[in-house]
Design a protein around this ligand. Sequence first.
Ligand code: ATP
Length: 788
Amino acid sequence: MKIRELRKPKRPPPPPPPPPSQPMLPPIIKSKKRTRQPADPKPVVKRAKINNGYKVTLDELGWKEVSMPDRLDDVEGFYGLEEIDGVDVEIDGSGRVEYKGARKGKKDKKEEKEAVDDEDEWGGIKNDCDSGKEVISKKARKGEKKAAPAKSEKQQKKAKRLKSEDSKLGGSFALLSDEDEDVFLPAWNSLNLSLPTLRALSKLNFNTPTPIQSSAIPEIVAGHDLIGKASTGSGKTLAFGIPILEYYLSRPHKISKTKEGAEEKLPVALILSPTRELAHQLHAHLKALTAYAPDMSIVSVTGGLSLQKQIRKLTERGGVDVIVATPGRLWEVVSEGQGWIAKLRRGLRFLVVDEADRLLQEGHFKEVEEVMNLLGRRGAESEGEGEGEGDIDEDEYFRRRNSVKGSSQEQVTGRQTLVFSATFHKGLQQKLTGKGGKKGLGGDLMGEKESMEYLLKKLKFKDRAPKFIDANPVGQLAERLREGIIECGATEKDLYLYYLLLRYPSKTLIFTNSITSVNRLSPLLTNLNLPAHPLHSKMIQKARLRSLERFSSPTYPNSILIATDVAARGLDIQNVDLIIHYHLPRTADTYVHRSGRTARGVDARGVSILLCSPEEVIGVRRLVAKVHGPESLSTARYAMRSFDADRKLVTRLKRRVELAKKVADCQIEKTKKGHEDEWLKAAAEDLGVEYNSDGFTGNGGSGGAAAGKRGKGRRKRRETAATATKAEVASWRAELAGLLKEKVNAGFSTKYLTAGNVNLAQALVNDEGMSASFLGLEERRVVDEVGM
Ligand SMILES: Nc1ncnc2c1ncn2[C@@H]1O[C@H](COP(=O)(O)OP(=O)(O)OP(=O)(O)O)[C@@H](O)[C@H]1O
């Protein structure tokens, strides 16, 4: 309802009737009064086209919002525009104005509903815990609404199923039930947490703190800067989330005055995230944690969604307490003016840099640095702004906090910088300090000393020596992760990929090194009847979120996400069983983060399989040495071993993959051609010349210079795809459909492949399919070749 309420003012009384001789005016109505948004006096302008219809009041008409640009800086006094078709304006004998026209019909209501749904933005890993209640997803809400008057047994079952699906969708962060229950969490006792925090932990069923949580929380609540390193999926979000919540609960909010004199809370914490998806997830997780602090306002500020809408959210509940942001969008927000720099400087108690090594990498670092600069160091700027460091409440807070067992005894005040990651990157340090760096070092995982030096230099810590906590000094990978390698030819990767997906159906995340590969594999797997969804940075934000939502859905336990490394960091999707590295990751830390999308949280298992072509063998050995240490190549039991695929079975699947590829290539060519045509048409229009697609195809066509570089095989395939007739494509489709209907005999058991659901993690634990060798080499030779 928000959009409607915000944009539609309370309808003014009908205008006084015009004199009968006056021509009928189309109802362009300027609202003088708005019910909401007192701070924004801009009126809504309504525009109507006249037609026939029923007699209705203005409110009953099906007004449609006209989309407006996000920024309306130079449209003085103009708030929004709504229009309507099919309305007659009539004046009766007494001079009363009547509107005859399209009553708000089903379609309009549907559109209104969609607009509201749009506001929800992120429907995937989501919990709205404002009220401390379990929230049912849009889909579930729909289901419940329909069933509301008198639920049949079937409807009740459906609602129950949807509710349970939704709670699974929220992963471990979905609240369990709404019933009040005693909080009994002895394992958390030593951290001296407040009741709202404990109640949320209890509802989340988080009975014991993870190692990073037990060691980081006391240090943070004692006021220290902190660098936290812990393996993927080990609960770093709550390691900083809990202290932020504790601080919020134990201190009165800082208030500032807006220009209009209204009171506004100042933000307590700013959390920076390298990707939009991670920011949305952090937001959802913090909402779940703060379920019993319903006044705490947490807002995510990320690119790809409306800037104005996000700015509105930052102010609409009397200010914001926690901002989760990607640096670029945050920069846009503060650049809008509205005093955000001052608000952040005065209010911020915590600056969290999540996935720090990634955020400080080239491409992101400039923006992060700008954000750091504008925040300055608290204390320096506080003098003139009336927010002293020695604030009495703050002292009280730390006196109480320093009694927490296990924390350092020194009292520290001032804005804390908290830095978290599973990996810290070595090449990065050299790059940013301008020293260059030896080739091949990029992606090395840093030791404690190096990480500290680098971070101390780049981040404006308050403490001279921030606490460094390494919860997993031995490895960055989750304990229950099993790793394997499949050796195959570069052109056979699609075939082996299909083999893995068919042989071990499970929630699978496939990582590639390029957007082109995502765009190619997505239709290929779909043609093979596999539920595959793409994700890369060039997709529009809504499509990105939709793909993630579908992949996360518990309704499809075997769904597949094909992604670039935009999905490598931080994403916490429940029940991901299998990670496939279609391409060798460019750095060791990327491998760690990609693989960390499985085997997350307490007790979870998962498998990571790397498809390795002969050209990648040396790179894989180096990778293993970096991730598991050089000694891992010389032990009797390799950390990462070759996985023996059933070659017979692979051969049986070959024709399917060939056909699916051919059809996918044609689909891609067709889309490309469509885009080229559109582009050329627009260019021709700009030039004022007539567009004739035949005349242009030669220049912009599919067999250009770029394609020429990609090798004979691919060029040939593209040519075939570009010239394939409809009949040919139809015959490939038909043949493929026939093959997909046939059962594939797995050979190794009486079961047919499509019927089986083999647990790959279990299979690997049992050594099923695992070769005793590492990339087929003897121990000594491996060590020699890697040069360790
Ligand atoms: N105390 C806890 N008890 C049980 N499960 C927990 C606890 N804390 C966190 N988790 C679970 O661990 C999962 C991973 O947590 P989180 O996303 O914070 O990991 P992370 O360390 O930030 O991982 P990454 O390095 O990949 O970003 C969450 O889904 C949550 O279910």
